[in-house]
Write a protein that binds this ligand. Structure first.
Ligand code: GLP
Length: 241
């Protein structure tokens, strides 16, 4: 695991975007694993700038997103479908048909989850997987638990996650209690993982991810088993690492 110390959020975003841009330039048909949350927004802004100003071409890129709230339609203002369109897809030349996000309205959860894993396998895994990290050490929506969950699955969100994500909703009561999340096998099948962390609220999770044991109570710790992880973090997020 390579720790890249960044001066601030803007520096983190630029550095991460540079790696993704290089990947897309070297392999225009790259498969990008994409993340939501507030942390990657700056990276998406920088990639949009590179698209506009330096002709970074996404026309042959395929994207696979990590997760979606269960019960939210793609049109819902807090769905991850909506997030990706507003923060990234609408501003670049990716073909929407090549973008994939779990269906939060599925009536057949088991089928949707199995098909999502098959999709990742059929694409040959992600060339790059972008990740944020929850305050409780979750990646995607793989929450702390008794064991590491390999497959895409329906998850009950952790109380801490519901509280942390309440800032995006009108009230905590409106935060969905469940989500469909990519499992750890697909995430770890990525050739390169970029994990972003910014701010003091992430410091404890980052320290445990880097220095602690590999422990399902801190899901991000499983990244210690991956040979190619770059952690881009600002000073506050690295304070305890
Ligand atoms: C959400 C997402 C994660 C994200 C995390 C941190 O719950 N499912 O993919 O990494 O929260 O979000 P933020 O970047 O807003 O702190």
């Amino acid at each position: 695991m390579q720790l890249i110390s960044c001066t601030d959020y803007a520096d983190m975003s630029r550095k991460a975007a540079r790696v993704i841009a290089a990947q897309v330039r070297l392999k225009p048909q790259s498969v990008l694993g994409l993340a939501t949350g507030s942390t990657p927004v700056g990276t998406y802004k920088e990639l949009i700038r590179l698209h506009r100003e330096q002709e970074l071409d996404f026309s042959r890129v395929t994207s696979v997103n990590l997760d979606e709230y269960y019960g939210l339609s793609p049109e819902h203002g807090q769905s991850y479908h909506h997030f990706m369109r507003v923060n990234f897809f609408n501003h670049i030349n990716i073909s929407l048909g090549n973008t994939h996000i779990p269906d939060g309205l599925t009536k057949d959860v088991a089928k949707t989850c199995a098909e999502y894993d098959q999709l990742v396998t059929s694409l040959g895994g992600m060339d790059i997987q972008l990740l944020g990290i929850g305050n409780n050490g979750h990646i995607a929506f793989n929450e702390p638990g008794a064991f590491f969950y390999a497959q895409t699955h329906l998850v009950d969100l952790d109380e801490k996650t519901i509280k942390a994500n309440a800032r995006f909703f009108e009230s905590e009561a409106e935060v969905p209690r469940q989500a469909i999340t990519m499992g750890l096998r697909s995430i770890l099948s990525a050739k390169l993982i970029l994990l972003l962390a910014s701010g003091a609220s992430k410091a404890a999770a980052i320290a445990k991810m880097v220095k602690g044991p590999v422990d399902p109570q801190l899901p991000a710790s499983i990244l210690q088993l991956h040979p190619n992880v770059m952690v881009f973090a600002d000073q506050e997020a690295l304070a305890l690492a």
